[in-house]
Design a protein around this ligand. Sequence first.
Ligand code: AMP
Length: 123
Amino acid sequence: MDNSTTRRTDPDCLFCKIVAGDIPATVVHEDEATLAFRDLDPQAPTHVLVIPRHHVADVGGLATERPQDAVAVLDTVRAVAEQEGVATSGYRTVFNTGAGAQQSVFHAHVHVLGGRSMTWPPG
Ligand code: AMP
């Protein structure tokens, strides 16, 4: 567990570049620990990515290395869902973890999807 306030960044990481402001994004929410921005390729009327500012590869690493950021990410999910007007109608949160689950950016992130009805099981 890493309780330090030092933030890790990876110079080769796309989402670290968004955190740094080096790559533009449509930010919908930000605080000290997290950033939320619209997905470039939306799969629903609301499709927001919530990430920790600290670089960690996936949700497992987030839970073990930075549990305080895991809590912050979940609270940002709640705030984004309310702000986007999907908190009551319902929304889906997805952490793709590992290449086999279609994770393509290895900086922990959760997809917040809403504004349409969802099916189950997911593809
Ligand atoms: P995943 O496949 O779970 O790793 O999710 C990565 C997501 O990042 C995909 O849904 C992409 O559409 C999205 N994405 C990639 N590049 C950007 C970008 N520059 N700004 C916003 N979203 C992006």
